[in-house]
Design a protein around this ligand. Structure first.
Ligand SMILES: NCc1[nH]cc(CCC(=O)O)c1CC(=O)O
Ligand SMILES: [Mg+2]
Length: 325
């Protein structure tokens, strides 16, 4: 048999496999999303996300401490707002004494070195459950920007290091940059949810925050899963408008989009391994249908291999614990 090329030579032993491994995961790759609720001494599991809890501000500090101990240094908190505080204009989103501002302040007070990526979008505070102001069934763009600007400013004032608009309104990166700069927050970064698709994989997140749209869907602002060139257009605009990071969301069904943004931009690329992607692995693992730990590692590796520099994932703590062992 004449065969001078035998790729299996490089797979013979674990040491060789490790040497030729092209992609590796590190705890520094991750941002851990956190869910915050009102109250004291609260830690309530999200039914559709086994292992993921909603924390009151006090227990949240213990959670952050244990993550920091494991080497996780970046967090993306999301607030669960009581229904009676929600309104059409998401007024609570820029309350400097509201749950979210208090949570950010408390984390930064106790852990000044962690990086807080704050969420800029109306849906957790909106009585309509939408990421924009709803008028006769329409999601208003420019009027929504005003609210997003106030929200981002309140978050920067509370101590957020990077604001992350997840709403998909046009022009919001430019508007947030302008508002932040005008108020002296030149150093606060913007992580744009550049290509955020209208996805079925956000279900468990909407359970966690009770933030599902009351009417209709998000297809007039979030992207059509069938489109990839459109992601490049969104990226072009976000770069021009001053984004510091570009994000693709969800991650696993959109690896081609991650790769394409990686190849077409010099900015760091983040990918959001969303709640439904987490829930799928957990549910199958609970049923004994697959090895949850291996499926987690393979999923995360695939996102990194596709070109993501940063992964927002509910698996971050589990990964860090696994690496510690
Ligand atoms: N601004 C909305 C927002 N921010 C983050 C997520 C989903 C995150 C996840 O599923 O883990 C969503 C859901 C949505 O668009 O309805
Ligand atoms: Mg855009």
């Amino acid at each position: 048999m004449v065969m001078i090329r035998r790729p299996r030579r490089n797979r013979q032993t674990e040491a060789i496999r490790n040497l030729v491994q092209e992609t590796t995961l590190d705890v520094n790759d991750f941002i851990l999303p956190l869910f915050v609720i009102e109250g004291q001494n609260q830690k309530v599991e999200v039914a559709s996300m086994p292992g993921i809890n909603r924390f009151s501000i006090d227990t949240l500090q213990e959670e952050v401490a244990s993550c920091v101990d494991l080497g996780i240094k970046a967090f993306a908190p999301f607030p669960s707002i009581p229904d009676q505080l929600k309104d059409k204009y998401a007024t609570e989103s820029h309350n400097s004494e509201g749950l979210y501002a208090r949570a950010i302040r408390e984390i930064k007070k106790n852990f000044p070195d962690v990086v807080i990526f704050s969420d800029v979008a109306m849906d957790p505070y909106s009585s309509d459950g939408h990421d924009g102001i709803v008028e006769n069934g329409e999601i208003l763009n420019d009027e929504t920007l005003e609210v997003l600007g106030k929200m981002a400013l309140a978050q920067a004032q509370a101590g957020a290091d990077v604001v992350a608009p997840s709403d998909m309104m046009d022009g919001r990166v430019a508007h947030l940059r302008h508002v932040l700069d005008e108020n002296g927050y030149q150093k606060v970064g913007i992580m744009s949810y550049t290509a955020k698709y209208a996805s079925a994989f956000y279900g468990p997140f909407r359970d966690a925050l009770s933030s599902a749209p009351k009417k209709g869907d998000k297809k007039t602002y979030q992207m059509n899963p069938a489109n990839s060139r459109e992601a490049l257009l969104e990226a072009e605009l976000d770069i021009a408008e001053g984004a510091d990071y570009l994000m693709v969301k969800p991650a696993l069904a959109y690896l081609d989009i991650i790769k394409s943004l990686r190849e077409n931009s010099h900015l760091p690329i983040a990918a959001y391994n969303v709640s439904g992607e987490y829930a799928m692995v957990k549910a199958a693992a609970q049923k004994g249908w697959l090895d949850g730990e291996k499926a987690m590692l393979e999923s995360l590796l695939s996102i990194k291999r596709a070109g993501a520099d940063i992964i927002l994932t509910y698996f971050a703590k589990e990964f860090a614990e696994l690496q510690r062992r």
